[in-house]
Ligand binder design. Structure first.
Ligand SMILES: Nc1ncnc2c1ncn2[C@@H]1O[C@H](COP(=O)(O)OP(=O)(O)OP(=O)(O)O)[C@@H](O)[C@H]1O
Length: 283
């Protein structure tokens, strides 16, 4: 384990750290004293636009003549399509907030989380965060060909933990994930639920200033969901801020103190979970 951690710390040291200049993140090395009412995330008139290159325009769809002409003229597909996924979203999140984000498929929930995490540059508008945001998604970058054990070590390093902290947390992460002896096997042998549980266990082993969870709880069973909810409560109590995207509205209602309803990239409602979820269910 010591050898492995040393090897991984070298790997990490060589990774280029490319700051995203479009997202203004203000890392706070000394976590602030828990103060409710202090803003942690400010999203100001945020617009996110995806550019899809090589998209087929409507009049070209399924048209063999166009495809053949392009081939003969050796032309590529110059078309570029823009998808305006988030359209002028503005809100402020505070210490101790657990904010659920609901909305239909394609309403912009994952895009908003990725923008808060600093992974997508705004087309216009700004995101300000106090502290380091961490995104935990069902597709979080664990490596399928590596064992659970190696992924735990790698994941902990990626979150900035020291070798001593990784050692201290290792057993707790394995216990919490409930994957047992599978920890010695490559993640490619895990069910999707086991993978999701391990990702959640790793990400939540550290105290986060801002933790963003994208559907990560959806694949867990009932018992695991209860444990995860408990852990989200602990993160809130340590004055962090949690954002949770889940299609299961019960999870959101039981875990969050505030809900944002996104509709076609815009905020339709923002407030008390019961009220927002009732309106969402009607509309
Ligand atoms: N990488 C991408 N490239 C182009 N368009 C994208 C990309 N990712 C998402 N989109 C588009 O952006 C819009 C918002 O997608 P997003 O995944 O944020 O929605 P969502 O609310 O999280 O959806 P779901 O509930 O289905 O997960 C959709 O129209 C989607 O097609």
């Amino acid at each position: 384990m010591a050898e492995l951690t040393e090897e991984l710390s070298q790997v990490k040291a060589e990774e280029p750290n490319v700051p995203n200049k479009d997202v203004r993140v203000h890392p706070n090395p000394e976590p602030p004293a828990p103060t409710t009412g202090t803003p942690t995330v400010i999203v100001d008139d945020l617009h996110i636009v995806y550019r899809v290159y090589g998209a087929t325009s409507d009049h070209e769809k399924g048209n063999a003549v166009h495809a053949l002409t392009r081939l003969l003229k050796r032309q590529g597909r110059p078309q570029m399509k823009e998808v305006h996924a988030v359209k002028g979203v503005t809100f402020v999140a505070y210490h101790g907030d657990a904010i659920g984000i609901v909305g239909r498929n394609g309403s912009g929930k994952s895009t908003l989380l990725r923008a808060i995490a600093g992974l997508l540059p705004p087309h216009s508008g700004s995101v300000y965060t106090d502290g380091q945001p961490s995104l935990l998604g069902v597709n979080a970058a664990l490596m399928r060909e590596l064992t659970g054990e190696r992924n735990i070590v790698l994941g902990c390093y990626a979150m900035g933990m020291t070798p001593a902290q990784v050692k201290e947390k290792y057993d707790e992460i394995v216990d919490f994930s409930g994957i047992g002896e599978f920890v010695q096997l490559p993640m490619s042998t895990y069910s999707s639920g086991m993978g999701a549980r391990l990702r959640f266990a790793i990400s939540s082993a550290k105290t986060h200033d801002v933790l963003l969870i994208d559907e990560a709880l959806a694949t867990g069973d009932r018992e695991f969901r209860k444990k995860s909810e408990q852990r989200i409560k602990q993160i809130r109590e340590s004055a962090g801020t949690v954002f949770l995207v889940a299609h299961d509205l019960r999870v959101i209602e039981e875990t969050c103190n505030r809900v944002i309803w996104l509709h076609k990239g815009k905020i339709k409602m923002d407030g008390d979970p019961k009220e927002v979820i009732a309106a969402y269910n009607k509309g």
